[in-house]
Design a protein around this ligand. Structure first.
Ligand SMILES: Nc1nc2c(ncn2[C@@H]2O[C@H](COP(=O)(O)OP(=O)(O)OP(=O)(O)O)[C@@H](O)[C@H]2O)c(=O)[nH]1
Length: 288
């Protein structure tokens, strides 16, 4: 469901939190699904409070689109905080096999205790996926299930019983993920989610989003910009950069000026379809 379909009023946030906490009672491990390109911006700001002491595995999804070196930095960053994070691509399945093994390892003590109490064959490890909209929860559920599980979404008045999806013999996953909200009040977060396509383009001004993206890319990946748009160098002035890309791409208005909306469209399209290569829009250094 696109982000715009969900109205995150305080009451809805409280309800979402309550729903996730109800589900936590049923599971051994929570999979916190983040976007590898923007792990902090795609994180729920209250996640530590919501998950409490529940065993948690961080999954950096869409790693296929992220800068590999930066993803490694994030894995180390989380490790330094005592958390386990693994990079995955739910769409193609890369890394997904590691999930069951990592989850089993994390709940080993709990299951060893069950065995010590005389339970010979403890039940499969039970898990729940939580994450903000569009981070890939349904894609991962389908990937782990090995088949298509219909999205349930919020249907007023329809309460559906929780179903367990079998993931091989050793794991069971709740069929409905926990949907949480991102940190709306932070402007950078909003822009990063917009650049990566998690927030619908209608919510923010497209030119603003492209300005944000080009500024970031100019300082972090300058050669990608110069190569892609055939520029000798990146102009210091952002309008001059829009002009240069616009001229290269023939984004002209009737009067011969530059069509900035068109330039913004092209740049964001190029980012989201990997025409500029694999990109990460935040590094741990920005958050420490
Ligand atoms: N490149 C890439 N795209 C992915 C990956 N996982 C999911 N996607 C895409 O991301 C988009 C959102 O995926 P969904 O699975 O619908 O996300 P969701 O978290 O269930 O979204 P909501 O229903 O809004 O909560 C879809 O277009 C997916 O195809 C991935 O690992 N790599």
């Amino acid at each position: 469901m696109p982000m715009t379909m969900i109205q995150w009023f305080p009451g809805h946030m409280a309800k979402a939190k309550r729903e996730v906490q109800e589900k936590l009672k049923l599971i051994d491990v929570a999979f916190e699904l983040l976007d590898a390109r923007v792990p902090m911006s795609s994180r729920n700001p209250m996640i530590d409070d919501i998950l409490g002491q529940k065993t948690r595995l961080i999954l950096l999804n869409k790693a296929d689109m992220a800068d590999e070196a930066v993803t490694e930095q994030w894995i180390r960053y989380f490790r330094d905080q005592g958390r386990t994070a693994i990079a995955i691509d739910a769409q193609s399945g890369t890394g997904v096999k590691q999930i069951v093994a990592a989850a089993k390892e994390m709940v080993k003590d709990k299951f060893d205790k069950m065995r010590a109490k005389g339970i010979k064959n403890p039940r499969p490890v039970r898990a729940l996926i939580v994450g903000i909209p569009n981070v890939g929860k349904s894609t991962l559920i389908n990937r782990l299930a090995g088949r298509h599980i219909a999205k349930t979404g919020d249907k007023p008045g329809v309460t559906k019983a929780q179903q367990w999806i079998k993931v091989g013999k050793e794991m069971e996953l709740l069929d409905t993920p926990g949907i949480l909200w991102p940190k709306f009040e932070d402007e950078d977060v909003g822009y990063r989610l917009a650049v990566t396509g998690a927030i619908k383009d209608e919510i923010l001004n497209l030119q603003d989003v492209a300005v944000y993206a080009l500024r970031f890319l100019s300082s972090h990946y300058p050669e990608r910009i110069t190569e892609r748009y055939g520029l000798d160098r990146i102009p210091d002035d952002i309008v001059a950069l829009f002009d240069a890309i616009g001229r290269r791409r023939g984004c002209l208005t009737g009067g011969g000026g530059i069509d900035y909306d068109k330039v913004a469209d092209i740049v964001l399209y190029d980012i989201r379809t990997e025409k500029l290569g694999r990109l990460s829009f935040e590094t741990p250094a920005l958050w420490t």
